[in-house]
Design a protein around this ligand. Structure first.
Ligand code: NCD
Ligand code: ZN
Length: 369
């Protein structure tokens, strides 16, 4: 018997649409999964690290204005919401923040750990943005800080070991100080993967929230290394059962208002290379289906009113509220009916959505628009 339920269209508050002739396919895949908007991350080449087009020239960076225009041309124009955060570099200034926010173009900034993930080579240590007044300006102007929470430059054993990892170090040693120094700064802890990060978000006040990806709800490190399923390789890397339990508990708790959908869908047409593997899982087209699967794995009865309510809070409501966005008035339908997953083609090559490349190319859920 098929079971279905209707949800408001949702905003993916952490995704990567890339650039040039790849964007169209990724934006289309998002629309096909009931997305009415997105926060498109700025780790393009070059990164989106100035606000206004007039400032692009000598800077060598792209502007939010230009990237938004490119995205709109590639199909994002039909979205109800499009946010492009400013990529924080060592050249970002408080003046850029205040002017950008004043104009309405700048809504959020993204902090990357230098060299810590795909396209993070222009990132600056969080300390830089404290010392130069950028975080203070963001707090004053109501600009959201999106944080890739992993400590950079660690030794291999500190980076990932049985007892600790880069994300835990970051949340234990850095984020508390930032949160306490800027109590009115809105912070999104992006793609949290550990119990340490989940606990940090829970024990912080209402200015601190988090995105959770489908892969971190469904998989653990064993799924990745048993057969080295590199399509599941993203950063922060999938962690342990105890961490997955904490994530599942957080997103499925009745009354959850802090944890919301941000897929971190990060397509790579070339995943495995001679010198390693590009970090990023692609979940365009399939994220609500995967999230629904994750909720079921967490024990939620998706046929019940209560189950559907916690799912809607996570997918549709919490993120919109945190960013101060109007919820979409359009709807889509999630149906408990198997569907097949296929690669998505772009002029640069094809990309493989989860769970393809990890296990069966089949999902337990389908989408009707
Ligand atoms: C992202 C990408 O490919 O752009 N990769 C990833 O593993 N998540 C960058 C990021 O968000 O870390
Ligand atoms: Zn990302």
């Amino acid at each position: 018997m098929s079971r279905e339920f209707t949800l408001p269209k949702w905003y993916d508050l952490h995704t990567h649409f890339r650039q040039e002739n790849q964007m169209q396919a990724y934006i289309a895949a998002h629309k096909a999964m009931g997305c009415a908007g997105a926060l498109a991350m700025p780790n393009t080449q070059p990164p989106v690290a100035v606000v206004f087009e007039k400032d692009e020239g000598a800077s060598g960076y792209w502007s939010i204005e230009r990237y938004m225009r490119d995205l709109n041309v590639a199909g994002a124009r039909e979205f109800e919401v499009l946010i492009v955060p400013l990529y924080l570099t060592k050249e970002t200034t408080p003046d850029m923040i205040l002017k950008g926010a004043g104009s309405g173009v700048l809504k959020a900034c993204k902090a990357y750990p230098p060299h810590g993930t795909t396209g993070a080579e222009f990132g600056a240590p969080l300390m830089t943005h404290i010392d130069n007044g950028v975080l203070k300006a963001m707090e004053e102007a109501g600009v959201v800080l999106c944080v890739h929470g992993e400590e950079h430059g660690l030794s291999p054993t500190a980076y990932f070991d049985r007892h600790s990892n880069a994300e835990e170090v970051f949340y234990k040693e850095r984020m508390g100080r930032v949160r306490d120094a800027y109590p009115d700064l809105k912070i999104v802890c992006e793609h949290v993967t550990t119990k340490v990060a989940v606990d940090f978000v829970k024990e912080s006040g209402e200015m601190v929230a988090a995105t959770v990806t489908p892969q971190h709800l469904i998989y653990t490190i064993g799924d990745l290394i048993q057969g080295l399923k590199y399509h599941l390789f993203c950063l922060p890397v999938v962690k342990f059962e105890e961490d997955r339990e904490a994530l599942r508990g957080a997103v499925t708790a009745s009354g959850n208002r802090k944890f919301f959908a941000g897929t971190d869908s990060a397509p790579h047409t070339m995943k495995a290379t001679e010198c390693g593997c590009a970090a990023g899982c692609f979940t365009g087209g399939v994220a609500p289906q995967l999230y629904a699967h994750g909720f079921e794995m967490a024990g939620v009865d998706m046929g019940s009113v209560a189950g559907q309510a916690v799912f809607q809070a996570f997918l549709c409501d919490n993120g919109a509220r945190f960013y101060g966005l109007e919820p979409s008035s359009e709807t889509f339908v999630l149906v408990k009916e198997p569907s097949r997953v296929d690669p998505v083609n772009t002029p640069q090559g094809s990309v493989v959505p989860l769970p393809l490349g990890v296990n069966e190319p089949e999902l337990g859920w389908s989408i009707k628009l």
